[in-house]
Write a protein that binds this ligand. Structure first.
Ligand SMILES: C[S@@+](CC[C@H](N)C(=O)[O-])C[C@H]1O[C@@H](n2cnc3c(N)ncnc32)[C@H](O)[C@@H]1O
Length: 343
């Protein structure tokens, strides 16, 4: 009863077809009878998530009753309710509950639209800023636009819905994507580990599911130690680590990642601790001892805000304590680059 009309195979969203009338019964009571009615007749009161059971009607209130109660057959009520309404001369009357597109949830709507043989409902997505990112399997592709539109309608924070295409840029790990609903606006603002990241999701790598892994590694880094993040992306390790006063040399070969990395370092005010580089990972690894040495020459860090601003001199260690290499497919190929001279 509380599912939308069956509209299997719909490809162009017509929201008006989701209207449904449900015949119920209601008890007409005065305002001060409500608490007693609810206590004595609770077995018969209407309880459906996201729907109110008490409605104002002029000076009266209507208390909706559970489906199955018929206004012209009071034997459908439980005995306590029957006794209560007869003692208080309460009238039971028909009530038409009108439901529409706004009431149904994403999964309800998608299961009413998609053909019955598609038994899984693809309502799940990863959120990156305002972008809902789907990875639809082939059998759902004929319905991709309507799926995107329903997700857009039903999720307040979503402004654009994209589907990941099979093509993945093998070097920079960013996905090719197709817009299913909303504007083709890919510049996002994403919060993670108490930092804000700005980037163009169509040009750089970002995976919102890595937040816990990012946090786990960041905790391993020592305050005032040096970390080299060889494949830093837009900075999800480097920037929060900088907030913990870990020195980070952060590198990415993708020019778009590098630009966002530098912007994120600046925006999150961690420039005293984090430096961005735009080198090939191998070159970066080879140059890293020299880059760390350069960092040591400028280790005067300004901390505090406004009037309480003060300079602290922080000693930069002479060695690098961690190298982070988050490039699962080929990081191993860079291990040879660690043949570096100890200075
Ligand atoms: C899997 S992503 C990880 C990004 C980031 N660490 C994160 O967790 O979101 C790998 C990154 O390595 C960068 N990359 C790929 N090849 C590279 C190379 N040869 N040198 C440096 N960076 C490279 C890509 O641009 C991408 O940003």
């Amino acid at each position: 009863m509380f599912s939308p009309p069956a509209l299997h195979g719909m490809k162009n969203l017509d929201r008006s077809l989701f209207h449904k009338t449900i015949n119920l019964s209601a008890a007409r009571v005065s305002g001060n009878q409500i608490p007693l009615f609810q206590r004595s007749c609770h077995q018969d009161v209407f309880k459906v998530p996201r729907l109110r059971s008490i409605l104002q009607d002029g000076d009266d209130r209507l208390i909706l009753l559970r489906p199955g109660v018929l206004p012209d057959d009071l034997s459908t009520l439980s005995t306590p309710t029957r006794q209560f309404i007869s003692q208080h001369s309460i009238k039971i009357e028909p009530y038409k509950l009108e439901l529409d597109y706004s009431y149904w949830k994403t999964d309800d709507i998608l299961s009413s639209i998609l053909p019955k043989h598609l038994d899984e409902i693809p309502g799940g997505f990863t959120l990156v800023g305002h972008i809902a990112h789907l990875n639809l399997r082939d059998q759902y592709l004929p319905y991709k636009h309507i799926i995107g539109q329903v997700i857009l309608d039903k999720n307040y924070s979503v402004k654009t819905v994209v589907n990941k295409l099979d093509i993945i840029d093998s070097q920079f790990r960013n996905f090719q994507m197709q817009v299913l609903a909303g504007p083709a606006e890919f510049i996002v603002k994403q919060r993670e580990n108490n930092c804000t990241f700005h980037f163009d999701f169509s040009k750089v790598y970002w995976n919102s599911r890595l937040e816990t892994e990012h946090a786990r590694l960041i905790k391993l880094f020592e305050t005032h130690g040096i970390v080299c993040d060889v494949f830093a992306g837009v900075g999800p390790f480097a920037v929060p680590a900088g907030k913990n006063e870990t020195f980070v040399l952060a590198n990415d070969l993708n020019p778009s990642s590098y630009l966002s990395l530098v912007e994120n370092i600046h925006f999150n005010k961690v420039g005293a601790f984090v430096r961005g580089y735009n080198l090939d990972g191998g070159d970066f690894i080879r140059q890293s001892p020299k880059l760390a040495e350069d960092l040591g020459k400028t280790a005067s860090v300004t901390v505090g805000r406004l009037k309480r601003k003060q300079d602290r001199i922080i000693a930069v260690p002479r060695y690098i304590s961690h190298y982070v290499m988050n490039l699962p497919a080929s990081a191993i190929d860079f291990l040879g680059k660690y043949k570096i001279s100890i200075y």
